[in-house]
Ligand binder design. Sequence first.
Ligand code: MSP
Length: 509
Amino acid sequence: MKNNFYITTPIYYVNDIPHLGHAYTSFVADTISRYKRLSNFDVYFTTGTDEHGQKVENSARDKNINTLEFTDKVSARFKDLCSKLKLTNNDFIRTTESRHKNKVQKIWNKLIDNNEIYLGNYEGWYSIRDECFINESDIKINKDNERIGPSLDKLKKVQEPSYFFKLSKWQKPLLDFYKKNKNFVKPVSRFNEVKSFVENGLEDLSISRTSFKWGIKVPKNDEHIIYVWLDALFNYISVLEDNLENKYWPADIHIVGKDILRFHAIYWPAFLLATGYEIPKSIYAHGWWTINGEKMSKSLGNVIDPNYLVDTYGIDQVRYFLLKEIPFGQDGNFSEELLVNRINSDLANDFGNLVQRVLTMIQKYNNGNIPKADNLNENDLSLIELPKNIYDINNVQMNNYQFNIMLENIWKIIRSANSYVDNNEPWNLHKNNNLKRLNNVLYTLVNTIYKITILLQPFLPESSKKIFHMLKQKEEISFSEIKNDIKEGVKLEKSHPIFPRFDKKDLKI
Ligand code: MSP
């Protein structure tokens, strides 16, 4: 029986079209999903769109479009991006779907039944950009003497009747939970921030609004709209219809940006405890892609369109760059020039060249057939062993999702294989008619490429398929096959280059 593994991305706000930051979170979740599938897990991977709240209502109004029509349009852009990036998500949930709205209203009733909610009055400052109330201590004054929140947006004074969730009573249970579940939030530094926030005390949370209409109505009091975060967080359960909830909940991991960790690591477990659900096993908060040091975001007007990048450079190329360029968890600065450097050096020069020259030599020197190996020497065997060793090492790195280190480890094999070509000079073996050694060298190389490609599948899924096709293999090969060698004697497909080089003269961004 396979073990289950449930992974989610945040659901994206539809106040504007997708940018590279969104694509990053989705690529990461897709990489983990593929890795787990290849490790024989039964994976469920979900994503979707967060469509309610004042921010979305205002965006539709600014564009003079009916709100539902607006959300349909923008949500479709996010869905299209899933296909464009060839994500392997099992479902895509929209919070405007009735399966979700019904679930959230049921949750509300449960909170009422469990005496977790009371009606009161809210008076305070609200950030529409972040869709949350801002504590006095987090408010700053800008140069025009206006109150601004942590995301630097102008705050709105709110004074209205509101339902409150008794968050304060969950302080101790949350701290106990954190103590028992040391890996609940990663990286550790972020977990420490969460703990100290909770240790400083929790106030009850306003969970309904009356001053706008775009959202899920509070049952039996439809003047009130359910707070967008309470609504949105439950997507992780409402997306699991029928028997899927039993099968996959609690989630194994929520991938989120560091900006929304507080909602996931504090409010979310409190909501779950209050409604009798199990808490997810882990949350990973990753860093931000910045442009000249500033967070890429719609409000700052510095967003990069992932469609442009993928159309220009290819899906795997963009995916590889995002995973390789920064340690997962930290911020990273994006530039098209860095992207092109990475593609040219790692993909075109190192890996692309290796594949191309080895396959071309097999065509030229052995009529396109994988040669038969006979009495491989120590160097041959140690190169062939490397991928299996790196696989074991990477499995440990995978506990902390350190993709850049995993890729660096795979590149060590690629570099060793390139040096092996240079040291063994197969062209001279051919010239001198040393056919036995030539066959051993070419067999060692094609076998190593085969195994490297097995390791690369979660990171470069499209290119791996192309290489497997040239090697006359299945489209996907499970990690457990890494210990088996490629079969001798197979006639290969004609090879073609997979990673073109790009010229820095053509940069557009
Ligand atoms: N709708 C909420 C999430 C609700 S989940 C129950 C939301 N949406 S968002 O569209 O604003 O952002 C969602 C996610 O996009 C962030 O958490 C983060 O994962 C990703 N990113 C948005 N901008 C980003 C960068 N500049 N860099 C990296 N990731 C970024 O918050």
